[in-house]
Design a protein around this ligand. Sequence first.
Ligand code: F1X
Length: 392
Amino acid sequence: MPDTPAAPVIVADRPGTFPYGVLAERHPAIVRQVAEGTPYGPDRRRALDALRTDCTEGVITPLPDDAHDHDRWAAWGMHAHAGRSWHDVPWLWSESWFYRQLLQATGYFEPGPWQGVDPFRPAKLAELDAPATDDELAALDALEDLPEDERARALLHGSLWGNRADLGFRMSAEGAEEQAAVPALVADDSDRLWSLLDGSPPGTLCLVADNAGRELVPDLLLIAHLLAHGRVARAQLHVKPHPYYVSDATTADVLDAVRRLTAAKGAAGAYGQGLRAALTDGRLELRAHPFSCAPLPYADMPDDLRADFAAATVTVLKGDLNYRRLVGDRHWPATTPFADVTACFPGPVAALRTLKSEVITGLDPRTETTLDADEGGRWRTGGTHALIQVRT
Ligand SMILES: O=P(O)(O)OC[C@@]1(O)O[C@H](CO)[C@@H](O)[C@@H]1O
């Protein structure tokens, strides 16, 4: 990392801090919501109850030797963390471990009736089917008369602000949805992004998705637009291989979103048809790499994933968690150069994110001072502010 000394890794060990609250309050609330959302039988309920206690008071207990992903988690540090409190290992690691344990409790990986059943699906579908989604899709008709570049910018901002649609976040941030977004971005490199996406020549866009539903729909609309207008020739959409961080998008969620679009009238329906065609003829490819659910920063990504990103004209990483994994989940001073902390990422990279955790880099010192003076620390975690940062 050029000239930038590494900052300390975030650990959720201090009561009263944001990361501590995620482990101590958000995770048990998620377990409760999962138990309420699906009529699991007594065995699964017992496992969920046990997890609710374990995730706040327990220690890391390695997966059984015959777990399908035992070796993967061993390589990701499971044995090194064994016996330690969830609060004493890196926060990023603990959170990921929580979702792995939640899927264990619901039987997601076990042969049997609950195998492959997404515990978050009821919440994801409720959001996709909500009347607000109809309104957002109908609003696309009004964009049709705009010049192409203005439409592209509107869709980029739709994708950016779609990141507020994060079910895990809304569960614990009281009134998160109602709090007005602050349209002025804390950092805005969008001109740099458009110069990568100007179609000369049209290359490949990698988009690393975050949440399903009302974030994934605008992500797909953006992809459809870029393909239809020759700004890119191909797109690769990276989703999660299994449910994660409550609303993170999987292949099933992509199919639900495309179905929702194709069933809509007007411009939304046409985008849906375009996406179906692109999936079918291979211009839009899906990826679901295991490392997408890894408890580690992108600096540690395996070679095959690195090769995907290296071949792209630009990789767009959506959301807060991807941002933490991109720059490293560390206590960076906010003015740390974004280019330095992303130097290890292969090829040009863009982060589109609303701010929902304290990790932030690349800020102008004046911006940080003004935000702190106006809001204290709230701007960092409230989901009301957003950024577009690009390293070419
Ligand atoms: O990645 P996303 O969906 O934008 O946000 C994920 C998130 O809700 O989870 C983490 C805390 O659990 C934070 O990084 C962030 O607030």
